[in-house]
Every structure is written in C-alpha cells, then in structure tokens.
Design a protein around this ligand. Structure first.
Ligand code: CU
Length: 227
C-alpha cells in the first residue's frame, strides 16, 4: 500500500497535461465538456457497481452461519424493474442532450460574417499547405488571428489524412476529391501543436505542424508580408 499510493498519485498527476482538456476555443471547450461529462457518468456507474460488488461479496459470502440458507426466489419486482430501466435512461439522456446539441453546433461551418477568415488546408503525403485568400501560402505553419472566426477548408491531394490541433478543436478528415470544413474562433494567443491523426503512410509522423495564434494587427502585418 505504501508503494501503491504514490504510484497512483503520480498516475493522476501526470494525467493533468491532457491537451484536449485545455482548449483555446469555444468549440474546443464544448468538446472538452463532453469528454468530462461522459467520463464523469462512466466513473459514477463504475463506482456504484464496485461498491455493490464489494457489499454483496462480503455480506453474502458463504460461512458457517448461512451455509444452509437458500435465498428466497424473487418472482420479479416492479420497483426494481422500474429502477433499473429509469436510471440508465436518465444517464443516457444527460449524455445525449448536450452531445447532440454540440455536435450540430460544431457541424455548422457556415461563415458567420464577411469578416470570417477562410484558409485552405491542403494535406499531402507528407506535408501541410495552408493557403490564405490573398494567395499567401505556408507549409507546416498555420498562422491565425485571435478572436476572429475562421473557416478551414480541408482538402487532400492523395490519401485520407486527418487535421488535428488538440487544443483548438477536434479532428476532421481531409478526403481526396471532397472538401470538409471546420469552423473555429481561437480565444487565446500561443503556439499549439497540430498533427495528422490518420495513418497515411511511412512519413505520417512528419505531418506535424505549428498553429500560431497571434493578435489581429500582427496577423494583418504577417499576411501582407512577402508571399
Ligand atoms: Cu497524413
């Protein structure tokens, strides 16, 4: 026990740097909330099952006193039936309502205003190209302004890749011959690591990139710099 406890504490402490749980956008925050909610409900069910398991194994284990006791046969109990139908239903409803709501919200990628920034994201084996509306292109470096709505147009020139910046927003596939979109408004400046989240061949691990979120004026300056 003396050794087990620090080991367990270490396990939980090291778990603190889960990047998807430190989001820097509203959509990211919604998604992190869903992860926490489903994990919370799951842990609640696990805890109840574990407690009942321990109670029943201790209380009803065979010993000298109860060896001859044969439990009474229950012919079905209305109260129990209602309980174990209602509880999972309520738990699933708590999970389903926000999940459906946030999923619909996240899949609406229509630009909210004229000010929305559009960036083409082109994945290829094994590189990322980010193309801006004025013709500027970067490789493996996505630069975005803070607090401004951005629609990313995800494309692929060869196989299926998957665009993922864990702290910004959940992943989305880039599919050859098709366009997928992601809409996001970063709310904190900083550098966030991105990657390809779909095994796409030998150079898959080279498909890492940096996402730089910078202040709006700085972004305009950067965008107008030599292409
Ligand atoms: Cu890839």
């Amino acid at each position: 026990m003396k050794k087990l406890l620090p080991a367990l504490i270490m396990l939980f402490l090291t778990g603190c740097n889960v990047r998807t749980l430190n989001p820097v956008s509203e959509t990211g925050a919604d998604q992190a909330f869903l992860i926490k909610l489903s994990f919370g409900i799951m842990m609640f069910v696990v805890a109840v099952v574990c407690v009942l398991f321990i109670i029943f194994t201790v209380k009803y284990r065979e010993n000298d006193l109860n060896r001859k006791d044969i439990p009474k046969h229950e012919e079905g109990s209305r109260v129990l039936e209602i309980l174990w139908t209602t509880i999972p239903f309520v738990l699933l409803a708590i999970l389903a309502v926000p999940t459906v709501m946030y999923t619909f919200q996240a899949s609406n990628t229509e630009a909210g205003s004229e000010d929305t920034l559009h960036v083409d994201v082109i994945a290829e084996q094994w590189n990322w190209t980010f193309a801006y509306e004025n013709g500027k292109e970067t490789h493996k470096e996505l630069v975005l302004p803070v607090d401004r709505e951005i629609v990313l147009h995800l494309k692929s020139t060869d196989v299926i890749h998957s665009f993922w910046v864990p702290r910004l927003i959940g992943k989305r596939d880039t599919i050859p011959g098709e366009e997928n979109e992601l809409k996001v408004t970063p709310d904190q400046t900083g550098t966030y690591q991105g990657k390809c989240a779909e095994f796409c061949g030998l150079g898959h691990t080279d498909m890492r990139f940096d996402t730089e979120v910078i202040p709006a004026e700085e972004f305009e300056e950067w965008l107008s710099e030599e292409k």
